[in-house]
Design a binder for this molecule. Structure first.
Ligand SMILES: *Cc1c(COP(=O)(O)O)cnc(C)c1O
Length: 356
C-alpha cells in the first residue's frame, strides 16, 4: 500500500442498473417508457445555441418559479438539483449533522447508505415487517434525522398521509425527508403537510413520471428557512449545477399537465393489467402503487429468472441482498413490452419445472 492511500476516502459505491447500448426491453431502472411532453422536443429544436457561451442561471429561477406555481407554493420554497440524487445528497450534507444515527428502512433506496457513509453520518436501519411495511413505531425513538421513500423502493408500497404525520409528530426535533420519486403513480403527496410541519422536506424527481431521467432534474419542497439552508450549502461549493438545456426542458415538462397526467394514467393501467397477469402465473408481490412491481415466485429462483430474461433481451432488476434474494423488481413499460414479458414468462414456466 502506498503511503498516500491511508488518507484516501474509500466508499462502497451505489451500483446503478445496467444501461445496455443495444436494443432491449428495458424494465430495470424504473424509467418512463413514453417520451417527455411534446413541448420539450420543441424547446430543444429551437434552442439558442449561442447562449451556451454563458453560465446558466445559478438560481434556476424559471424552473423554480414554474414548479412553485405548479405546487401552489412560493419560489423560496423550492430547491432544484441535478436529479433528486443531487438534491438528496445535499439534504444529507446540510441537515444530518447530529451524533445520533439517522433512521431509514433496512430495505429501501440503497443510495441512503452510500451517502451516510460518504458523509460519515451514523445510521440505523429498522427492519420492514414481514409484509415489507415500514413499522412507524421504530421511528419514534431518538435519532439524528429520518428519511424514507413513499412509495418505498423497491417494495413499491405507499403509506397514506396519516402514517406520514405520525412519523412527523414523533420527530419534531429533527429533519424528516420524504423521498417521493414515485408519488405520481400512488396517492397524496406530503407537500400538503409542509406548512404544518416545519421540519419536513419533500423531494421529487423528473426521472420517473416526467420521463426525463436523462435530463437530471430533481427538487425539494419545504419552508423558506430550510430551502435557504440548502441553497447556502449549494452555493458554498458549486453554484452552477444545472445546465441550461435541462433548465429549459424542465419548464416545458411541467407546463404540460394534461400530457403528464395521460402518461401516468397509461402506466397505472398497464401496471394493474400486469399485476393480474403475474398473479395468474403464480407470482407474489406487494400491492404496487409505483411504476414497478416487486415480485417473487414460490417455485422459480429470482436469480435464474433474471438471467433467463436477460438472455432474451428483457432486462429487469435483481437487487439481491438480505431478505430480497428471491425478488425481482420489474419496471412497468408499455403495454406491448409487458405483453412480451408475460409471454416469455409463460413459455419459461412451461419449459422449466422450477428450482424450489
Ligand atoms: C429513482 C429514484 C431517485 C433518484 O432519481 P433521480 O434520477 O436522481 O432524480 C431517488 N429516490 C428514489 C427512491 C428513486 O427510486
Amino acid at each position: 500500500m502506498k503511503a498516500f492511500e491511508k488518507n484516501i476516502r474509500k466508499v462502497e459505491p451505489y451500483v446503478p442498473g445496467e444501461q445496455p447500448q443495444h436494443k432491449v426491453i428495458k424494465l430495470n431502472t424504473n424509467e418512463n417508457p413514453y417520451p417527455p411532453a411534446p413541448g420539450v422536443k420543441e424547446a430543444l429544436m429551437n434552442m439558442d445555441v449561442d447562449r451556451m457561451r454563458l453560465y446558466p442561471d445559478p438560481t434556476a429561477g424559471n424552473l423554480v418559479h414554474t414548479l412553485a406555481e405548479y405546487y401552489g407554493v412560493k419560489d423560496e420554497q423550492v430547491f432544484v438539483g441535478v436529479g433528486s440524487d443531487d438534491v438528496l445528497a445535499m439534504c444529507f450534507l446540510t441537515f444530518f449533522n447530529s451524533d445520533k444515527p439517522i433512521l431509514f428502512p433496512d430495505i429501501t433506496y440503497s443510495f441512503y447508505k452510500v451517502w451516510a457513509e460518504l458523509y460519515r453520518i451514523p445510521y440505523e436501519c429498522p427492519a420492514l415487517d414481514d409484509n415489507f411495511r415500514i413499522v412507524k413505531e421504530d421511528y419514534y425513538k431518538e435519532n439524528g434525522g429520518v428519511i424514507f421513500p413513499n412509495p418505498n423502493a423497491p417494495t413499491s408500497i405507499y403509506e397514506d398521509l396519516d402514517f406520514i404525520e405520525d412519523i412527523l409528530k414523533h420527530n419534531q426535533d429533527v429533519i424528516v425527508i420524504v423521498d417521493e420519486a414515485y408519488i405520481d403513480f400512488a396517492g397524496k403527496s406530503a407537500i400538503e403537510l409542509i406548512d404544518k410541519y416545519e421540519n419536513l422536506i419533500v423531494v421529487q424527481t423528473f426521472s420517473k413520471a416526467r420521463s426525463m431521467a436523462g435530463m437530471r432534474i430533481g427538487y425539494a419542497i419545504s419552508n423558506p428557512i430550510l430551502i435557504k439552508y440548502l441553497n447556502d450549502a449549494k452555493y458554498s461549493f458549486n453554484s452552477y449545477t444545472m445546465n441550461q438545456t435541462s433548465l429549459i426542458c424542465g419548464v416545458e415538462a411541467v407546463k404540460d399537465k394534461a400530457y403528464f397526467e395521460e402518461q401516468v394514467q397509461k402506466i397505472v393501467d398497464t401496471r394493474e393489467w400486469a399485476k393480474e397477469e403475474l398473479r395468474a402465473l403464480g407470482f407474489e408481490f406487494p400491492d404496487s402503487k409505483s411504476n414497478f412491481i416487486f415480485v417473487t415466485h414460490p417455485k422459480f429462483s429470482a436469480k435464474k429468472l433474471f438471467e433467463a430474461l436477460k438472455k432474451a433481451n428483457i432486462y429487469v432488476r435483481f437487487l439481491g441482498g438480505a431478505r430480497i434474494q428471491e425478488y425481482l423488481r420489474i419496471s412497468v413499460g408499455t403495454r406491448e413490452e409487458m405483453e412480451m414479458l408475460i409471454s416469455f414468462l409463460k413459455e419459461y414456466m412451461k419449459e422449466n419445472k422450477g428450482e424450489k
